[in-house]
Design a protein around this ligand. Structure first.
Ligand SMILES: O=C(O)/C=C/C(=O)CC(=O)C(=O)O
Ligand SMILES: [Mg+2]
Length: 212
């Protein structure tokens, strides 16, 4: 497989509540260890395809996130070795049906439908690792209809990329092409059909998607 074809990812592993301000804006405690969940690969969409509101959802949120692209098979990887397994990066939206998630949280049920519905993971293009020497020194942004909603530097992550890889690969083998979404900063909000969402890594990449 070609690592740069992000649509070939087998798994999309996501980290939740990885920025203090985002954990707080949703009234959550700051986690002591990474919170992991997954999106199906059928969640991936590329520019030109619409973000489709899932049936019955009345509170669809955008979450801009730095995404790490895994370059080689990774199992039980120590933090000190972790960056050798990173082929590159992209930027993604972790689209979230917040009403489904709130309902699932209240019932103590999984977030699967809230997070993994079709078209819930719009992605930009691949950036090779050498073009981002330090993934904790970039700025993420997200605009809705041209208005800034999210803008934050990735040094605000609670768990950095090597810590996430070490923690994840204790439990789950990561395969070439898999995507690791590293959590969203503050500023998530309701998006509506007809909205245009533009997001990216400042001075590196951006992408635009429309909500249907
Ligand atoms: O705990 C919640 O209410 C919501 C958490 C998330 O949706 C977590 C993320 O996906 C994130 O922080 O990026
Ligand atoms: Mg997220």
């Amino acid at each position: 497989m070609s690592i740069s074809n992000l649509r070939l990812a087998k798994k999309i592993v996501c980290i939740g509540r990885n920025y203090v301000d985002h954990a707080k804006e949703l009234g959550n405690a700051v986690p002591g260890k990474p919170i992991l969940f997954m999106k199906a690969s059928t969640a991936l969409i590329s520019e030109g395809e619409p973000i489709v509101t899932p049936p019955g959802c009345t509170n669809l949120h955008q979450e801009v996130e730095l995404a790490v692209v895994i370059g080689k098979l990774a199992k039980n990887i120590q933090k000190s070795e972790a960056m050798k397994y990173v082929a590159g990066y992209t930027v993604a939206l972790d689209m979230t049906a917040r009403d489904f998630q709130d309902e699932a949280k209240k019932a103590g049920c999984p977030w699967f439908l809230a997070k993994s519905f079709d078209a819930s993971c719009p992605i930009a293009s691949f950036i090779p690792a050498d073009q981002i020497p330090n993934p904790h020194d970039v700025e993420l942004f997200c605009k809705i209809n041209g208005v800034d909603k999210q803008r934050a530097r990735t040094d605000l992550m609670i768990f950095d990329v090597p810590s996430i890889i070490e923690f994840t690969t204790k439990f789950v083998t990561l395969e070439p092409g898999d995507l690791l979404l590293t959590g969203t900063p503050a500023g998530v909000c309701k998006v509506n059909p007809g909205d245009e969402i533009e997001f990216g890594i400042t001075d590196k990449i951006s992408a635009k998607f429309n909500v249907k």
